[in-house]
Design a protein. Structure first.
Length: 157
């Protein structure tokens, strides 16, 4: 399971009793889309004619810009997940990352799922002996704030 059973109130919108404001929610969606897009090439190499994960990432960004509803973005995420079902390894994880990114408008904590699946994709794409280091490299890319304060990326305290 990617998402925790107990939800962190920092990833719950103010409207639902949490502390996440709309601006930060939108920024999380954009970050999740970046996470998914960073590993999307693994899916596109396996299925070059299937645009469902890329479309999901685009819809997640469109939700963040106020151009589509969270429902439409989440629906595109479901299509990205469907694209993953008969795949294995990096391609599957990359499609799931896209699905998670598209669902951030619905539940903000899906941004964590997008990041986690991106790490899984990076690890799966690497030779077994290099898998752990590939995952660490992806983590550093996802959040350079681990080596540089903020690094221009979102950090939820």
């Amino acid at each position: 399971m990617i998402l925790p059973k107990v939800r962190d109130p920092r990833f719950i919108t103010v409207r639902r009793g949490g502390s996440l404001g709309d601006g930060d929610h939108h920024r999380l969606a954009l970050w999740a889309a970046d996470c998914a897009e960073h590993v999307l090439h693994h899916f596109e190499a396996a299925r070059p004619g299937d645009d469902r994960p890329r479309r999901a990432i685009e819809m997640g960004r469109a939700w963040a810009r106020g151009e589509v509803t969270w429902w439409d973005a989440r629906t595109a995420g479901g299509h990205a997940n469907a694209a993953a079902r008969d795949l294995r390894g990096a391609a599957r994880h990359a499609a799931y990352a896209a699905g998670q990114a598209a669902a951030v408008g619905h539940v903000a904590a899906h941004e964590l799922g997008a990041a986690a699946y991106a790490v899984r994709a990076a690890r799966a794409a690497a030779p077994e002996a290099e898998s752990a280091e590939a995952g660490r490299r992806e983590c550093r890319w996802l959040c350079p704030c681990t080596t540089e304060p903020n690094g221009g990326r979102i950090v939820v305290a």
